[in-house]
Design a protein around this ligand. Structure first.
Ligand code: ADP
Ligand code: AMP
Length: 207
């Protein structure tokens, strides 16, 4: 099954993708995680990613599509994957269709996690990440265990979050009609406990 988790930054895509991996037995592919790993390696490409990420701007399509295509081609994604944070533009959506088609696959659903804007800043500024595993926490809603050393993402400041939200409204949300026309969109309410949201997604995808 190939599934897109869609929604504004901070909606809970990464959190829910992690929870669905076990249930669906397919990997999560997060372009944000892939870019952070590349950045951590100190490569030139990683520095290029960072020049966009640190400003809350989208990384150019050619770079993202190339990165994504390499990951999708790995053996663990042969039976499907959960796409978290990809696609974010129309060009990426079309590239995804092309890549899947070549593999004889089509998207099962695009699940939009709806979270009102006034909750986003609170979710993102409270977000913490375990740099060793990529596990996502929230200081109040999903606190890390005391022995786990967590960090705040460099782009999780109020100023950058506003920019990321803007780019979501401008570049990413307009992709939805493309998927609506294909009958693939399912909307779920992203407010509530982690478990409640997972149950809604499972119901929406028939899992
Ligand atoms: P995204 O991948 O869409 O940017 P995340 O999954 O990283 O979002 O979630 C953003 C923040 O909100 C994280 O700190 C996460 O722990 C928290 N969060 C996710 N889902 C919920 C929820 N249902 N209720 C409260 N906080 C949540
Ligand atoms: P995320 O981890 O999904 O919040 O993404 C963090 C940042 O990585 C974004 O603000 C963008 O700068 C960049 N990024 C991640 N995925 C994409 C994508 N599909 N297209 C363009 N930029 C992306």
């Amino acid at each position: 099954m190939d599934l897109v988790l869609f929604g504004p930054p901070g909606a809970g895509k990464g959190t829910q993708a992690e929870r669905l991996v076990e249930r669906l037995q397919i990997p999560q592919i997060s372009t944000g995680d892939l870019m952070r790993a590349e950045r951590k390696s100190g490569s030139e490409l990683g520095q290029k990613f960072d020049s966009y990420m640190s400003k809350g701007q989208l990384v150019p399509d050619e770079l993202v599509i190339d990165l994504f295509a390499k990951r999708l081609g790995q053996p663990d994604a042969a039976k499907g994957a959960i796409f978290d944070g990809f696609p974010r533009t129309q060009a990426q959506a079309e590239a995804l269709d092309g890549l899947l088609e070549k593999m004889g696959r089509t998207l099962h659903k695009v699940v939009v996690i709806d979270v009102p804007t006034d909750h986003i800043v609170d979710r993102i500024t409270g977000r913490r990440m375990d740099p060793a595993t990529g596990q996502v926490y929230h200081i109040r809603y999903n606190p890390p265990p005391p022995d786990v050393r967590v960090e705040q993402r460099a782009d999780d400041t109020e100023e950058v979050v506003r920019k990321r939200d803007e780019s979501y409204r401008r570049d990413t949300e307009p992709v939805l009609p493309y998927y609506e026309a294909k009958g693939l969109v399912a909307r779920v309410d992203g407010l509530g406990s982690l478990e409640e949201v997972t149950e809604r997604i499972k119901a929406a995808i028939g899992a």
